[in-house]
Design a protein around this ligand. Structure first.
Ligand code: XLS
Ligand code: CA
Ligand code: CA
Length: 447
């Protein structure tokens, strides 16, 4: 992929294509571990990791927070005469960034790419002006769309929800946005379509018919799927769990909850999960717990690669930097067979005080290096099996004889009880947690 800038202006001047220079390099604008062409296991690093840049954080977020004004004055907005022109320049900047960084994928919401018009029809027209341009840039650069989505949470009309809004007219407006965003995703050859229900939950149970809202959500998701399939969409649908924020309670709380919900409403054939590290933390789980829970039931689809701040109770969306976390995450992903339609989307933003244009590059470089390290450690763990061997052995008593009969469903509770009287003293086998943690540390440092 050649570094490319489109339009007339270079938005990241002085920065060329980011290269792999290896771990001895002290160049902040080079990869130390992410070597896209390097083979790990049976695939190239880039094909394992399938990195995506999040349009909303990298090109729309302006550094503002509830206590302070914007700190990231984007040149692609400053040099535009109107919102449509700004959106076009933003697209130019985005493709310049993707290609210089060497990320092969991106993800976007409808409203990230294009401003809203005065009516749904006008909004659709504006979005498609940008989609046509994005399609051309994709063809020229080889960058692909990992997934698209609709923002049905920012506009004030969605203050009481989108698909779960108590007012039917609002639900129809949400539907018109989702339909158009699906059309845009299909037009761009998107490999997935994501639903994150930021306002699909409630603030107060006193004004909420929880059962009705969940039924509406399920119906809405089913209709969206039917529409997309009818239009020939072959990709994956993702639900992205998050327990709260901006609602007090979000229906898509965590992996386990979403899997139950999908099965309950017969949506489990088409929908998979998009797991975000920061959301896992907000749900009181480890990132790897959410991944393993999804993988155990065949629901692991894609990942929003970021991190939270354990001492803050909100969604800080920081760039991933912990090798420990990325190694465990990649271990879970590789064990599940790796990504098919999914990938690692950096749903992460640079800090409010990261105000130099190189900061956005350094943030992504660090995240990509962190996952490259995680991948290599995970592949070694798989090849050499120090953890899986232990785990397998731990359950060995279910592999043969009566244990195996229990797993096959051939024993009754009375059978088990009878066996129980014959075993005598059992259960005093070490879990060896400390040894396994030591082994993991050895592997982490063994690069
Ligand atoms: C917000 C979510 C959101 C989704 C896409 O917390 O992470 O950005 O990923 O709508
Ligand atoms: Ca996310
Ligand atoms: Ca988040």
């Amino acid at each position: 992929m050649a570094a490319y800038f489109v339009g007339n202006k270079e938005y990241f001047p002085g920065i060329g294509k980011i290269k792999y220079e290896g771990k001895e390099s002290d160049n902040p604008l080079a990869f130390k571990y992410y070597d896209p062409e390097q083979i790990v296991g049976k695939k190239k690093m880039k094909d394992h990791l399938r990195f995506a840049v999040a349009y909303w954080h990298s090109f729309c977020a302006d550094g503002s927070d509830p206590f302070g004004a914007a700190t990231h004055p984007h040149p692609w907005i400053a040099d535009a005469g109107n919102p449509l022109e700004a959106a076009q320049h933003k697209l130019d900047a985005a493709f310049e960034f993707f290609t210089k960084l060497g990320a092969e994928y991106y993800c976007f919401h409808d409203r990230d790419m294009a401003p809203e018009g005065d009516s749904p029809a006008e909004s659709e027209k504006i979005l498609f002006t940008l989609v046509e341009k994005a399609k051309k840039y994709q063809a020229e650069t080889g960058v692909k769309l990992l997934w698209g989505t609709a923002n049905i949470f920012t506009h004030p009309r969605f203050m009481n929800g989108g698909a779960t809004n108590p007012e039917f007219p609002v639900l129809t407006l949400a539907a018109s946005q989702v339909k158009t965003a699906i059309d845009a995703t299909i037009a761009l050859g998107g490999q997935g379509y994501t639903f994150w229900g930021g306002r699909e939950g409630y603030m107060s149970i006193l004004n909420t018919d929880l059962k009705r809202e969940k039924d509406h959500l399920a119906k809405f998701l089913g209709l969206a799927r039917d529409y997309a399939r009818g239009q020939g969409f072959k990709g994956a649908f993702y639900i992205e769990p998050k327990p709260m924020e901006p609602t007090k309670h979000q229906y898509d709380y965590d992996s386990e909850t979403v899997i139950g919900f999908l099965r309950n409403y017969g949506l489990d054939k088409d929908f998979r999960l998009n797991i975000e590290a920061n959301h896992a933390e907000l749900a009181g789980h480890d990132f790897v717990h959410e991944l393993e829970t999804a993988a155990a039931e065949g629901f692991l689809g894609s990942v929003d690669a970021n991190r939270g701040e354990p001492r803050n109770g909100w969604d800080t969306d920081q760039f991933p930097s912990s090798y420990y976390e990325t190694a465990l995450a990649m271990y879970a992903i590789l064990k599940a067979g790796g990504f098919t339609t999914g990938g690692l989307n950096f749903d992460a933003k640079i800090r409010r005080n990261s105000v130099e244009s190189t900061d956005l590059f350094e943030a992504h470089i660090g995240g990509m290096d962190a996952f490259a390290v995680g991948l290599r450690v995970a592949q070694r763990l798989i090849d050499e099996g120090p953890l899986s061997g232990f785990v397998k052995n731990r359950y060995a008593s279910f592999d043969t004889a009566e244990g195996a009969r229990f797993e096959r469903g051939e024993l009754t509770l009375a059978d088990l009880a009878k066996l129980g009287t014959s075993y005598g003293k059992a259960g005093f086998t070490s879990g060896k947690q400390e040894r396994l943690e030591n082994i993991l540390n050895q592997y982490l440092l063994g690069l």
